[in-house]
Design a protein around this ligand. Structure first.
Ligand code: HEC
Length: 155
């Protein structure tokens, strides 16, 4: 009786792990439908915009910066491998990505590095609880979003 329960839970864990692995791969399947990749990157970006707005509210209120940490980490996770969301077959379709994303991949990567550098700095400010320093650090982060958009996103 006890043995079969253990076996059952072991099997459950195994299945959960397989489900996790599948979900992770599916999110990034390079070979999958280009329209699907574009949809997922735009939905992801929309969510990142919402994270920034939530942090703007913290900055404006000069509120507790601790809740911002998880939001910053969400941004860091999303943008860590952002370039992989732009495979060559996603230049056309329902996208505002400019051709420069694909022809000037070095510049695109630099724009991404600039954002990731600011996110690290922002995380340090948030972790230190510096409520006054949070707004300028958030603004500097937002500026790197805008810099990439000006060069690599159509209006
Ligand atoms: C390295 C370049 C780059 C950086 C950095 C960047 N973006 Fe973008 N962003 C893009 C591109 C390219 C698109 C167009 C994507 C598409 O339409 O396929 C885009 C689109 C968007 C969109 C529109 C999504 C939609 O279609 O509704 C939002 C919102 C957005 N970005 C938010 C942000 C925020 C917030 C940051 C900073 C935290 C940021 N982006 C940083 C390149 C960048």
């Amino acid at each position: 009786m006890k043995k079969s329960t253990m076996l059952g839970s072991g099997l459950g864990l195994g299945l959960a792990l397989i489900a996790f692995a599948t979900a992770t791969t599916a999110g990034f399947a390079q070979g999958s439908d280009p329209a699907q990749i574009i949809r997922e990157r735009r939905e992801g970006l929309k969510a990142m915009g919402a994270q920034m707005e939530a942090m703007a509210a913290i900055a404006q209120a000069r509120g507790d910066t601790q809740p911002a940490i998880a939001r910053i980490e969400t941004l860091q996770n999303f943008f860590a491998n952002f370039v992989e969301r732009f495979p060559a077959n996603t230049q056309a379709g329902e996208t505002r990505a400019l051709p420069a994303v694909f022809t000037d991949s070095a510049g695109f990567a630099t724009a991404l590095t600039n954002l990731n550098t600011q996110l690290s700095a922002l995380r340090a400010v948030a972790a230190s609880g510096d409520a006054a320093g949070f707004a300028p650090a958030l603004q500097a982060t937002g500026a790197t979003c805008g810099a990439c958009h000006r060069a690599y996103r159509s209006r």
